[in-house]
Design a protein around this ligand. Structure first.
Ligand SMILES: [Zn+2]
Ligand SMILES: [Zn+2]
Length: 373
């Protein structure tokens, strides 16, 4: 068995400081983690090796011994051949610190409870565009769970639980990955250490009954798509009577004209080209009634006009958003003979003759021709 230098394994220099080593280890451990390389025994070996390297190089004392005497010097210093004995807890906490408890499921110990369901409930509430902006009353129809009376939420026949055979009552099972052992919540008893030897017939072993309920709720002005509204004490009920919360997950339908971005509202106002040429006031729709838009003569296509505080009222109470109107200049698609004549007359009145001649625009054509020839 060849031995690779710990510093080389982590790809750090021999004088690297603690934070550099930690960073390098994190990178390598992520790269070779068995979860990312299922069935790859080479990656598993590398993973073992970088863990070993980190255990030594992150410990000042061990690192000093290693620097002076190499791996052989570490024997007898809590270091045993073929891995570490009793070092799992240490490593587990390093892992948790670095990757959070989501990694490998290690360390996340659930609270022991005698029932099998979560107390919080979520239901989707679909709102029309305007209902979200102005608030509304909604009828919420949903189901909540209440502990089965005959088994007191345990799901076991007569409520009798015995020691879970999967985890021997520990609430956790250990999964080996390479030389490392990860603790995971027992899938049979969800960490309680107690499981049913026979299922309750009333609830088919689920531990709960479902109750249909409905109530009216005030949806506040200004809610938006993706928000969650908490209704306290409307969730599932535990055997001891504790009740969870109900979360309303708001989804808002889009509108065909108005576009909402946070508390601002955008829309496009079609303006006829003559209106743009003449300028002046036009009436446009706002969220709370009609608004007057002053179009400056010669306004440009896609020009935006902002009406302060005409947007959505902030649900958090930060005032109101803006209404932004973008104009879209519209031209006639068809002209009858009379309109054509009128437009030609108008054009002539500006000194632009119907037949093109040397204008500055034509000069541009000549210039461009020279560029390409
Ligand atoms: Zn039951
Ligand atoms: Zn168990």
């Amino acid at each position: 068995m060849t031995e690779i230098d710990y510093y080389e394994l982590l790809e750090v220099s021999r004088d690297a400081d603690k934070s550099v080593i930690k960073k390098a280890y994190r990178k390598m451990a992520m790269k070779y983690h068995p979860d990312k390389n299922p069935g790859d025994s080479e990656a598993e070996e590398s993973f073992k090796a970088v863990n070993e390297a980190y255990q030594v190089l992150s410990d000042q004392e061990k690192r000093a011994i290693y620097d002076r005497h190499g791996k052989a010097g570490l024997e007898g210093h809590g270091q045993q051949r073929g891995g570490f004995s009793g070092g799992f807890d240490d490593l587990g906490s390093v892992f948790e610190e670095m990757f959070g408890s989501s990694f490998g499921g290690g360390g996340s110990r659930r609270q022991r409870k005698s029932y099998n369901y979560n107390l919080d409930v979520a239901v989707e509430v679909r709102l029309e565009f305007n209902e979200a902006i102005f608030g509304c009353k909604k009828d919420i129809k949903y189901h909540y769970k209440t502990a089965c009376k005959s088994c007191k939420g345990t799901g076991a026949k007569d409520g009798k639980l015995s020691t879970c055979s999967t985890c021997a009552g520990q609430g956790q099972v250990h999964a080996r990955q390479g030389f490392m052992t990860f603790a995971q919540t027992c899938p049979t008893c969800q960490g309680s250490g107690q499981a049913a030897s026979a299922s309750c017939k009333k609830c088919n072993g689920t531990g709960y009954d479902e109750v249909k309920d409905n109530f009216k709720v005030d949806i506040p002005e200004g809610v938006n798509d993706g928000m969650r509204i908490r209704v306290s004490n409307k969730g599932n009920i535990a055997p001891d009577g504790t009740r969870g919360d109900l979360y309303l997950e708001v989804s808002v339908k889009e509108d065909s004209h108005f576009v909402r971005h946070d508390d601002d509202i955008y829309y496009e106002a079609p303006i006829f080209f003559t209106q743009v040429a003449l300028g002046g006031k036009i009436t446009i729709p706002g969220l709370r009634g009609e608004l007057e838009l002053e179009i400056p003569a010669g306004a440009k296509d896609k020009q935006q006009f902002t009406f302060k505080n005409e947007g959505v009222k902030s649900v958090q109470g930060y005032g109101k958003g803006n209404l932004v109107v973008q104009i879209k200049i519209e031209y006639p698609k068809k002209l009858d003979n009379e309109q054509k004549e009128l437009l030609e007359k108008l054009q002539e009145s500006f000194g632009v003759e119907s037949k093109p001649h040397e204008t500055s625009f034509e000069g541009m054509f000549e210039k461009a021709k020279k560029w390409f020839s």
